[in-house]
Design a protein around this ligand. Structure first.
Ligand SMILES: [Zn+2]
Ligand SMILES: [Zn+2]
Ligand SMILES: [Zn+2]
Length: 319
């Protein structure tokens, strides 16, 4: 059967298509109708039909077999839905995946980076009301976190899983380290033998502003200023600062004292604990956040630690 010289008077999926002379069968029309389309005619070859979407009014080319045996979908409606999902989380759908994977699209994220993303991930993020994380920004943050502890981010892990990266120490040795351990500086160098447990550390009080609330974070790190910067998702809004820090001889002692202080505060001043749902969207931490008015109380605890008080012993007696 012949392909006519006459084209459809409207674009089909953005292209000009020639009319294919031949009957449109009744059961094709019914199948199209059941799926929300009007069968407009045949095009390209004997295997294809032109459908008009009853939702958006746009024409699309489909195989007859898809119309009869599957659930044909309107690519224009899908594109509109995906673009709207992207927009609702501050991103822009730029186009199809440059690598040709139909599950991926190219997006400009709200940070300005352009990245391939799975469509369903963008739609899930939009449905959940959270932002699409940017892999470029994430790796930049991991590099900064490593720098705070005299390591350099080299790239993906050599042997370990996706929560790890490969880092190089100032001594030249490179190894895989869990991202969360690098963040806190909790790692030992297998090259020169430097261990976090024996390195000097600090216990800090950081201050942040989250919408309508002033909070403080109590924690430990070998580099409190770095930690303060990293914990903020949008520093311009949370305006972090280091209020106080005390030196602790070793990382090992810092983690023990810090844990004991948190359980001491939870037991004696549970009113100071800020529920995670209030800060989760603004600070990269899961707990350890207290109301700002608790500062004098928590500072008094740090004074006591500096004067030789061991909150672990206190805990042992109270328990
Ligand atoms: Zn449509
Ligand atoms: Zn980014
Ligand atoms: Zn080393």
């Amino acid at each position: 059967m012949p392909l006519s010289k006459v084209t459809y008077p409207f674009p089909i999926d953005g292209d000009v298509h020639h009319i294919f002379a031949g009957a449109s069968l009744d059961h094709w029309k019914k199948a199209a109708m059941r799926n929300g389309f009007t069968l407009l005619g045949r095009a390209k070859d004997r295997l294809h039909v032109v459908l008009g979407c009853q939702s958006c009014g746009t024409a699309t080319l489909k195989r007859v077999s898809v119309v009869l045996g599957h659930k044909p979908e309107c690519p224009h409606c899908i594109h509109t839905r995906r673009a709207a999902a992207a927009q609702s989380i501050g991103a822009t759908l730029i186009g199809a995946d440059p690598d040709g994977d139909r599950h991926y699209g190219l997006f400009e994220l709200d940070c300005g980076h352009v990245d391939r993303r799975q469509y369903h991930r963008i739609e899930t993020a939009a449905a959940g009301g959270h932002k699409a994380s940017c892999s470029i920004c994430t790796e930049e943050r991991y590099a900064e976190e490593a720098q705070c502890h005299s390591w350099t981010l080299m790239g993906p892990p050599v042997r370990k899983g996706q929560n790890y990266r490969n880092y190089q120490h100032t001594c030249g040795h490179a190894q895989d380290v869990a991202v969360v351990n690098m963040r806190n500086g909790d790692l030992d160098c297998a090259g020169c033998g430097e261990t976090w447990a024996s390195k000097p550390s600090e216990i800090y009080i950081l201050a942040f502003t989250i919408p309508n609330l002033s909070v403080i974070k109590l924690g430990y790190s070998s580099n409190s200023e770095c930690r303060m910067r990293q914990v903020q998702i949008d520093p311009a809004r949370t305006c972090g600062s280091v209020l106080r820090k005390i030196d602790i001889e070793t990382g090992h002692r810092a983690i023990c004292v810090e844990k004991a202080l948190h359980s001491h505060i939870r037991r004696n001043r549970p009113d100071l604990v800020v529920p995670p749902e209030l800060f989760r969207a603004h600070l990269r931490t899961t707990s350890e956040i207290y109301h700002r008015h608790g500062k004098p109380y928590i500072e008094a605890l740090l004074d006591a630690v500096e004067n030789g008080w061991d909150p672990r012993i206190q805990d042992a007696i109270a328990a």
